[in-house]
Write a protein that binds this ligand. Structure first.
Ligand SMILES: NC(=O)C1=CN([C@@H]2O[C@H](COP(=O)(O)OP(=O)(O)OC[C@H]3O[C@@H](n4cnc5c(N)ncnc54)[C@H](O)[C@@H]3O)[C@@H](O)[C@H]2O)C=CC1
Length: 304
């Protein structure tokens, strides 16, 4: 557990799941912006542990919760649905109840996988969810639990998250490119790469705006989409990474990347074919910048 005190107004943000990919980007950003906060990893406090969380929220005078904790193993969830349910539904329900109890906003992160990807246009927040696997279903059930138990909430659905932390597509591709001359990458699934650092910035900016909003009725609580500003296939994403790494002198040779089909790369959960999230609602409500993922890729490769 760690925190910072007294740098800016009386806002104090509690981050759960603080040692995940997004959690670590939130930690970096909160420190950089000198915003008072408390970081809780799973070891510090399980999101199901209401008694511990209640004490921390009261002791620290927390003004909003940002939940970056989740069960995120999309395929594994098919064989351990109880575990996914415990975190993504039961734990999120506990946080929603705490949000209501303390009358503080809950900013929660959800996924594009609440949709089936069968639509031919970008998904807006009012499109009907239709998850294709256990992970997506538990994330949707978590959203519904928040809507049932809390009134001050932001549910931010995002997609294809990458960063300097944890395991993600960017890191996997850079590793594979150093090991192999030829790769096969799926070319018939389209989505929006999103830098976790940009999600962190967006969440903090929203928390700040909600905190400043004197009149709760003006606060734009609800469901939002937030994803990268340009959609492309995994194959296109891999090529963008390799070309940038090569340009920056971090990859001597761009490997041959064969475009393969979803059928040729079967996974326990069938991935959506076209899952593009519209950022229009969040841009209008909070004025946050969409994630410029190409810039983020370039910055991260520089750090390699
Ligand atoms: N990674 C991706 O591509 C995408 C992620 N998302 C969502 O973004 C959010 C953040 O994802 P990542 O940072 O990539 O995930 P991650 O798997 O890197 O981090 C999740 C963190 O939650 C913690 N956690 C798990 N169960 C917990 C519990 N019971 N109590 C407290 N902490 C617990 C884990 O220890 C881990 O540190 C999640 O809500 C995820 O569903 C949405 C779309 C795509």
């Amino acid at each position: 557990m760690s925190g910072q005190e007294g740098m800016r107004e009386d806002m104090h943000l509690l981050v759960t799941g603080a040692f995940g990919q997004l959690g670590q980007c939130l930690a970096d950003e909160l420190k950089a912006q000198q915003i008072p906060h408390t970081l809780l990893s799973r070891q510090d406090a399980d999101i199901n542990d209401t008694v511990v969380l209640e004490r921390i929220i009261a002791d620290k005078a927390v003004t909003a919760i940002i939940n970056a904790a989740a069960y995120t193993a999309v395929d594994k969830a098919e064989s351990e649905p109880e575990l996914a349910q415990r975190v993504n539904v039961d734990g999120v329900t506990a946080l929603a109840k705490l949000s209501a109890h303390f009358d503080i906003p809950l900013l929660h992160v959800s996924t594009d996988y609440v949709f089936d990807g069968n639509q031919q246009r970008p998904y807006v927040e009012t499109d009907a969810p239709s998850p294709t696997g256990v992970y997506g279903q538990t994330k949707l059930d978590g959203e519904l639990a928040i809507q049932r138990h809390a009134t001050k909430y932001i549910i931010l659905r995002t997609a294809w998250v990458f960063s300097e932390y944890g395991n993600n597509f960017l890191k996997t591709m850079l590793r594979l490119a150093k090991e192999r001359d030829t790769l096969g990458v799926v070319a018939d699934q389209v989505g929006c790469p999103t830098y976790a650092g940009d999600i962190a910035k967006a969440l903090i900016e929203i928390a700040r705006q909600l905190h400043r909003s004197d009149d709760d009725h003006q606060a734009e609580y609800g469901v939002y989409h937030y994803a990268g500003d340009e959609a492309l296939s995994w194959h296109g994403f891999a090529m963008a990474i390799f070309n940038e790494a090569h340009l920056k002198g971090r990859l001597p040779k761009v490997p041959t990347v064969n475009a393969i089909t979803t059928e040729a790369y079967p996974t326990p959960v069938k991935r959506p074919a076209y899952l593009v999230l519209s950022n229009a609602k969040i841009a209008k409500a909070f004025g946050v910048c969409v994630s410029d993922w190409r810039q983020a890729v370039s910055n991260l490769i520089q750090l390699e």
